[in-house]
Design a protein around this ligand. Structure first.
Ligand SMILES: CC(C)(COP(=O)(O)OP(=O)(O)OC[C@H]1O[C@@H](n2cnc3c(N)ncnc32)[C@H](O)[C@@H]1OP(=O)(O)O)[C@@H](O)C(=O)NCCC(=O)NCCS
Length: 175
């Protein structure tokens, strides 16, 4: 397995990355989950959650941090968003943090890019005093659940995540 330092660098994203993140966010969501939804639900979700405008808001939020994985070719191939916890957790701790979005394009999986993003996100959350930490993950995304399990996250609840008119069953993980 090649050392991923050879093929990609990871940097904090800035306001200038809003359009690139909208494109990458839509591509990774569609690649991972697109087959689960009627096309109109997928389009409604992407039109709300992965536009340059929605990403500009995320990037301007001082309670969040975003990293971008840039391949040596210049192509954007992964990203991470962390921040204050926005999940519907009962009696949520005011200092709670969340791994909000973690995506690497499938052709670049298993190169430790996800692991490197997690290390950066966990370090930032700790520096902000964010504890405990939560993650929302699709109930049937077994690979991601296994990945997060290695970081000490385990299931504490469930909620419904809307994608257009479809409502997904999501697990809430905590550590
Ligand atoms: C979850 C995700 C971000 C992980 O990214 P990744 O870059 O593939 O992660 P890593 O390479 O750090 O680790 C992945 C696997 O490679 C293995 N691995 C990593 N480095 C390794 C090495 N040097 N030697 C052998 N195996 C290694 C890990 O053990 C892990 O195994 P797993 O299949 O049990 O999880 C990625 O799978 C992804 O983007 N999935 C689609 C989107 C998604 O589901 N996101 C989460 C939504 S909640």
């Amino acid at each position: 397995m090649p050392d991923t330092a050879d093929i990609a660098t990871i940097r904090r994203a800035t306001a200038a990355d809003a359009a690139a993140l909208a494109e990458l966010g839509a591509a990774t969501f569609t690649e991972t989950f697109g087959h689960l939804y009627p096309p109109e639900d997928l389009q409604a979700f992407l039109a709300k959650s992965h536009t340059p405008e929605s990403w500009a808001q995320t990037l301007a939020d001082p309670k969040r941090a975003v990293w971008l994985v840039v391949h040596e070719s210049g192509r954007n191939i992964g990203f991470l968003v962390v921040g204050a916890c926005k999940l519907p957790v009962e009696q949520l701790e005011p200092s709670a943090g969340e791994i909000q979005q973690l995506y690497v394009l499938a052709e670049f999986h298993n190169l430790r890019l996800g692991g490197r993003l997690m290390a950066l996100g966990l370090e930032w959350l700790e520096s902000q005093g964010r504890t405990p930490l939560y993650i929302g993950v699709w109930s049937e995304n077994y690979g991601a659940q296994r990945f997060y399990g290695r970081y000490g996250f385990s299931k504490v609840g469930e909620y419904g995540f809307p994608v257009g008119k479809t409502v997904d069953r999501e697990f809430i993980l905590k550590r």
